[in-house]
Design a protein around this ligand. Sequence first.
Ligand SMILES: *Cc1c(COP(=O)(O)O)cnc(C)c1O
Length: 245
Amino acid sequence: MEEYEAEWGITMNEYSIKDNIEEVKNNIAAACQEAGRAPEEVTLIAVSKTKPVELLREAYDCGCRDFGENKVQELLDKYEVMPKDIRWHMIGHLQRNKVKYIVDKVALIHSVDSLRLAEEISREAVKKDTCVNILIEVNVAEEETKFGVTCNEVKQLVQDIAKLPNIRVKGLMTIAPFVENAEQNRPIFSKLRKISVDIMEENIDNITMEILSMGMTGDYAVAVSEGAACVRVGTGIFGVRQYMP
Ligand SMILES: *Cc1c(COP(=O)(O)O)cnc(C)c1O
C-alpha cells in the first residue's frame, strides 16, 4: 500500500470507498475547471475487477452507476446480483467465443481491437435484437504486452466496422503505460484525442467519436485535461487489488 502510494505520489485510505470516491470526483472537477470543461462531461467508471460485491454495493450507495470489469464470468456474476440500473463496461480483452454472454448486458465494450471481434459482436447483437456500443482500443504507446490496434490501423478498422449492423463505434480507448509521473502520459492522451478528431472529420456513417476512454488511478487528472470522457479508476476507489496466485 505505502509502496503504491509512493510510486504514484498519492495517498488514499483503501477502507473508505466513500472518501475515495469523493476525492476522485474532486480531482476530476479540479482538472475540468483547469481545462475549462464541465465536470458532467466526465463519467467516472468504478473498476471493480477482483473486488467482492459488498464493495461494489458500497460504491453503488455512494452514487456510482458505471462499473468496469475485465473478465466475462466475473461481470456476469456481478450483473446477476447487483441492481439493474448499473451500466456495465467491459474493459478487458474479449474473446470471440464469449461475446454472446455479454452483448445484451453491457453498456459499452471498450476493448475492440479487430474486425473479427467486431463481426462477432455484430452477429450476436443481431441475434439478440440489440445494438452494441463499442470503443476501439488503441495501443498508442505500442507496448508489446498490450492489446489494441496501432495508431495507423484505427481509421481503417473504424471504416470496416461502420458497415456492420447492430454495432456502433462511439470512440476510442487506450491504456497508457505505467509511469512514475502522470505527466509522462500526456502525449499519449493527446495523441488519442488527435486520432479521434481526425476520424471525426472523415464523417463516416454510423460512427461517432464522442467518447475517449482514458486515464486510470495514476493519471486520470491528466487524461481529463486532455479530453477524457470516461476515466477508469480501480485502485483509487477500491484500494489495491490482490490477485489469486
Ligand atoms: C484494471 C484496469 C483499470 C483500473 O486500473 P487502476 O490503476 O486500478 O485504476 C483501468 N482500465 C483497465 C483496462 C483495467 O484493466
